[in-house]
Design a protein around this ligand. Structure first.
Ligand code: AVJ
Length: 322
């Protein structure tokens, strides 16, 4: 949508495909191979992520949902009558429903997502469950300033960004994104944002290295996706999933490690792997409450309330404009 890179692409390739292709060429030609984690979410990857959210080891999704259930009334009390709820990366809008039940006098719910099909499905479901709600789906990438519908310009806006998606960004990128949100929600905006907390590294590592091997499949699906879409020749058995906690950076890292010396072809090029060489596929940063509040502050937000579960696994922050 508003991706500035899109303008530089040749018009012979569909946008998504080309974006993936250039990311692969760039990421796999570096001395430290990397791939951006946003490419996990093709149809198969989205299915596997859904499965991850139901794993016993993967606490974030159910813990965040429970926090929202328990404190939805307070989260909703900062939305004035006639206010607008704006969700960044709304997907299926499932957690949003909990909030919407407490917002009978909402002017509109603006759902922003890159997946048109996910938006359509969610909009239809919400229309059935909230017949008087004005749903305004916008197909787009929330990392860039999104233009909201003109008629909502003067309304008070509360942003909603659950799922600890912010954890995929470096702190510098996270600060930039929080500024983008502030712009979209201005003047006088408010943000409800889910952030995974620092905790015992053993628990963190298990959440990203589950016994059933679903996260491994999710990670390896990136190789399968290159095979499907970019003429790749990756042998999935020749790589292994790795999840480690990097205490210095305060983040979980996922990698795909080559089990042997091997040459792989993708996009007509040969990529060499040494045994033990890795592709860095994801970061998932963990914040203490204080660390995240300091980050919000540096992005010109004022941290207000914060809600957590009894085990302090996950946090949901309220930020207001200053
Ligand atoms: C969707 C970014 C919140 O970092 O926990 C889950 C993605 N990766 N298991 C996370 C993910 C591996 C997830 N987020």
């Amino acid at each position: 949508m508003s991706n500035p890179k899109a303008r530089r692409r040749p018009d012979t390739l569909p946008a998504e495909e080309d974006d993936f292709a250039s990311a692969v060429l760039d990421g796999l030609s570096r001395p430290h191979k990397t791939l951006p984690c946003r490419f996990f979410y093709d149809a198969r990857g989205s299915e596997l992520f859904e499965e991850i959210t139901r794993l016993p080891e993967y606490y974030p999704t159910r813990t965040e949902a429970a926090i929202i259930e328990a404190h939805a009334a307070e989260m909703a009390d900062g939305v004035p009558d006639g206010g607008v709820l704006v969700e960044f990366g709304s997907g299926s809008s499932l957690k949003t429903e909990i909030l919407l039940r407490h917002l009978p006098r909402l002017r509109a719910y603006v759902s922003i997502d890159v997946s048109e099909s996910a938006l359509e499905e969610a909009t239809e479901r919400l229309a059935g469950r909230f017949p008087t709600l004005d749903v305004r789906p916008i197909v787009g990438d929330f990392s860039y300033p999104v233009a909201l519908p003109k008629d909502l310009a003067a309304a008070h806006k509360t942003g909603f960004f659950p799922g600890s998606t912010i954890g995929n960004l470096t702190p510098a990128e996270a600060e930039r994104l929080l500024r983008v949100f502030r712009g979209v929600l201005s003047p006088g905006g408010r943000l409800i944002i889910g952030v995974d907390l620092k905790k015992d590294p053993r628990k963190l590592v298990l959440a990203y290295n589950d016994a059933a091997g679903v996260t491994a499949k999710f990670n390896l699906n990136l190789l399968a996706r290159m095979n499907r879409e970019l003429g790749g020749t990756f042998d999935l058995d020749a790589f292994r999933h790795e999840a480690i906690y990097n205490p210095r950076e305060g983040r979980i890292e996922m990698h795909l490690e080559s089990r042997q010396d091997q040459d792989v072809r993708v996009l007509g090029r040969r990529i060499r792997f040494r045994a033990g060489e890795r592709i860095h596929t994801e970061n998932s940063y963990k914040y203490s409450i204080e660390q995240f509040q300091a980050l919000a502050h540096s992005a010109d937000w004022l941290p207000r309330r914060v809600w957590t579960d009894d085990d302090r696994l996950f946090s949901v922050h309220e930020l207001v404009s200053r």
